[in-house]
Design a protein around this ligand. Sequence first.
Ligand code: HEM
Length: 150
Amino acid sequence: MGLTKAQIAAIQNNWARISNNLQDFGDTLFMRYLTIYPGDLAFFPKFEHEGVGDHLRHNADFQAQTLVVCQFLSKVIASLSDMDAAKAMLQERVRTHAPRGIAMAQFERLLDLLPRLVQDASAASGPTADAWRVAVASLMPAMRQEFAKV
Ligand code: HEM
């Protein structure tokens, strides 16, 4: 079962609030990700030398990276009422990321953090976090399918 119209609206309204400080949200997302999976820092040659720690959050290359990802997520979220378009956008990212050695596991690790983070960082309600869970669960199979092709 996919997202309802109400769930799409909940996610988009929540993201509009997050977008007031997208940089901060992106930094928090990646700090959480890299703290849990420090080995994945090796995928980022531009700031790998920093190591994982509070100082990483202040690195300009780290910040640029987290913003690029969140700005891209903005486009995906704006397209949620056209799931085929949203899936195609993420499949395109699969194609650009696979040659860097990034696998479905990395995308899953990151996307799995989102429903909880929106609650912690933007006080999203329980039903809004659930809508995020449905969105992530609806989008990931298309990414997995794409990884099977690359
Ligand atoms: C849904 C999750 C993600 C989105 C939307 C996303 C989005 C993007 C975008 C838009 C770019 C620039 C264009 C491109 O190369 O495709 C990029 C670059 C990159 N991404 Fe991702 N990404 C995601 C997850 C990840 C993960 C999980 C990793 C690694 C653990 C990763 C590592 C990289 C790297 C290494 C680059 C190149 C950075 C550079 O210019 O040096 N991304 N990403």
